[in-house]
Design a protein around this ligand. Sequence first.
Ligand SMILES: [Zn+2]
Length: 141
Amino acid sequence: MTTLGHCLCKKTSWSFEGEASWSCYCHCDDCRRNCGAPVVAWLGVPLERFTWTGDTPKTFESSKGVWRHFCNTCGSPMGFEAAHYKGGMHVYAASLENPDAFLPTFHVNHKSKLPWLSLDDDLIKYDTTLSKAPTDLGVYE
Ligand SMILES: [Zn+2]
């Protein structure tokens, strides 16, 4: 199975093979500001199954060891890598070719959720970051 994604102008695109390792919502302030959105939906993919397929994105190191990739033409956020999630690419569910097919399975940084944002789901709500969630969610297989 091949999954495709692209930015607003379609110059930057990606694909990956197989299933995502995990999928979630992140409520942290950095992700919100990076996307200009009240919450960000993510999926994690092992780097060895992930490829940029269009223009090479630009990269901003938003904090030490954290790299946020974005389209060099339209500015759409396109990917996230971090030293503490070695071996994985995090991509935005909203950039999926078919975002309807995405199924988030938990929340992280839920303690930072904006009080006016109302989400009606029964998913697990971790107050920690992904790397500190009480599971092996940071692991890419
Ligand atoms: Zn673009």
